[in-house]
Structures are given as structure tokens and as C-alpha cells.
Design a protein around this ligand. Structure first.
Ligand code: FPP
Length: 255
């Protein structure tokens, strides 16, 4: 950790992203390259999760959102789904005390109702334990899909309209955002996808509207502090325009 610690210390803290969202891809290929079962890649991926969470805490990043299991991942072979579920339970049991000690506030986003009662129980316990923590907001997307997120917001708004509490023409973007996952935090500044694919894969499709996208070939188990720093530096070097011209943004910066 000593060398990594120094690397983190050297980063320019004034241009850090406040919220980082990550698709952790490449576990299976990492394992297959080593002639190991895919599960070994997921297990190794948990170590990367720990390292990136610790680095985010150390950097003072406000929010980290990780895509652990998509609504489409149920279609994988049953054995892989089962081992992933077991891994989530054991990772929660093992890691939550340390997260709490690090003042991390842990939340799960996605439809948790289909998980085993044991996993739901661990999720609920870890959320209650860490609810009052004021440090890193760590959101784990599990059985999450961006289209599902928009759908469940629309359903809640439709119920209000039906109850005559809201006129359809009065619905605003802010109203929709109130009902979406991650409503209580700013949109991600930086999106990272490991494993070489260049897709959003139904992750935070609404929330990523103005997010800077960063793709790397590095497989998730190999994504270390150096790779994380490289992504942060790439983000820091970009000019975020939110639809304005470069000149307008430069003027704002000077104001
Ligand atoms: C994608 O790699 C990864 C997943 C579907 C699972 C991600 C889970 C972890 C990193 C472990 C646990 C996480 C937490 C939060 C405890 P892939 O299997 O699609 O890899 P491939 O593209 O090489 O096949």
C-alpha cells in the first residue's frame, strides 16, 4: 500500500471527479487466461473492489457506484449465477465492518426482491449499519438496469397523476430524477468500463447523460491503483462543456 499511497497523494485534488461509476468487466476472461474457472475471476474481482473503494476513501471522492450484477446477468449459466450470489453474501459478511470503520455509507440499487432472503437480509443489515456514515457513498448496483430504473420512476409518477396529484404537463425532469435511483447525489462525473468493451450496457443510462466516459482494456481483476489514477488523470484533462462552447466554458472558469 505504501507505493500506492504515495501515488494517490500526488494526484491534483482540485480536479478530482466527485462521483465515479464503474462497470467491472473482464473477470471471466482474466480467469480463463489463467486456465481457472470463471468464478476465480469474480473472487479476484472482489479484491479489486476493496482496493478501489479504499483508494476512493483516501482520495476523498464523494460517491462510487459499482455495477455488480445486471438484470441481464440472470441469463448466465445457473452455476455462475449461484456462485456470484454466494460471493455477494460472503463479501458483505467479510467487508462490511471495515467499510463502516472507514465511514462508508453503503447502498444497493436495483430490484432486490428476487434475491434470496439471506442476501436481502445481509443487504438490509449493511445498509442500516452504515446509513449514518458521512464518508464515501458506495452504491452497489445489483439486479439493476437503467431501463428498469426509468420504468419504476415513471410508474411512481403515473400513480401521482392517477391520484390527481400531478398534471402530466407539469412533470419536470427534476420530478423524474426525484424517483430514480441515486436521486440524492450528483450524476457521475466519470464512468469507467474495464475489459475492453465500449458500451454502457443498460447501466445508469439516464444519469450518465453528461458523464465523461473512459474505457480501458485492463481486465477488472488487474485494475489497480495505477490504472485508477490513469483514469482519473484522463478525466482531469478533459473540458466538460455541458452543451456550451469551449469559449463559454473558459469564460465561466475565469469569472
Ligand atoms: C463482469 O465480468 C463481472 C460481473 C458480472 C460480476 C462483477 C462482480 C464482482 C467484481 C465481484 C463482487 C462485487 C462486489 C460488489 C462484492 P464478466 O464475467 O462479464 O467477465 P468477461 O466479460 O471476461 O466474461
Amino acid at each position: 500500500m505504501g507505493k500506492d499511497h504515495n501515488l494517490l497523494e500526488e494526484l491534483d485534488k482540485t480536479t478530482l471527479p466527485q462521483h465515479v461509476a464503474i462497470i467491472m468487466d473482464g473477470n471471466g476472461r482474466w480467469a480463463q487466461k489463467r486456465l481457472m474457472p470463471r468464478f476465480a475471476g469474480h473472487k479476484s474481482g472482489v479484491n479489486t473492489v476493496r482496493a478501489i473503494v479504499e483508494a476512493s476513501v483516501q482520495l476523498g471522492i464523494k460517491a462510487l457506484t459499482l455495477f455488480a450484477f445486471s438484470s441481464e446477468n440472470w441469463q448466465r449459466p445457473q452455476k455462475e449465477v449461484d456462485t456470484l450470489m454466494d460471493l455477494f453474501v460472503s463479501a458483505l459478511e467479510r467487508e462490511v465492518a471495515q467499510l463502516h470503520k472507514n465511514n462508508v455509507c453503503l447502498k444497493f440499487i436495483g430490484d432486490r426482491t428476487v434475491f434470496s432472503s439471506k442476501l436481502q437480509q445481509r443487504i438490509n443489515e449493511s445498509e442500516s449499519l452504515t446509513a449514518a456514515n458521512s464518508g464515501l457513498q458506495l452504491s452497489i448496483a445489483a439486479n439493476y438496469g437503467g431501463k428498469w430504473d426509468i420504468l419504476q420512476a415513471v410508474q411512481k409518477i403515473a400513480a401521482k397523476v392517477k391520484a390527481n396529484e400531478l398534471e402530466p404537463s407539469d412533470i419536470t425532469v427534476a420530478d423524474i430524477e426525484t424517483y430514480m435511483c441515486l436521486a440524492d447525489m450528483p450524476a457521475p462525473d466519470l464512468f469507467i468500463r474495464t475489459g475492453g468493451e465500449q458500451r454502457i450496457s443498460n447501466f445508469l443510462i439516464w444519469q450518465l447523460a453528461y458523464t465523461e466516459l473512459y474505457f480501458t482494456e485492463v481486465l477488472w481483476p488487474d485494475f489497480d491503483i495505477t490504472a485508477f489514477i490513469e483514469a482519473i488523470k484522463a478525466y482531469s484533462g478533459r473540458q466538460r462543456r455541458f452543451g456550451l462552447t469551449g469559449e463559454q466554458v473558459a469564460k465561466q472558469g475565469n469569472a
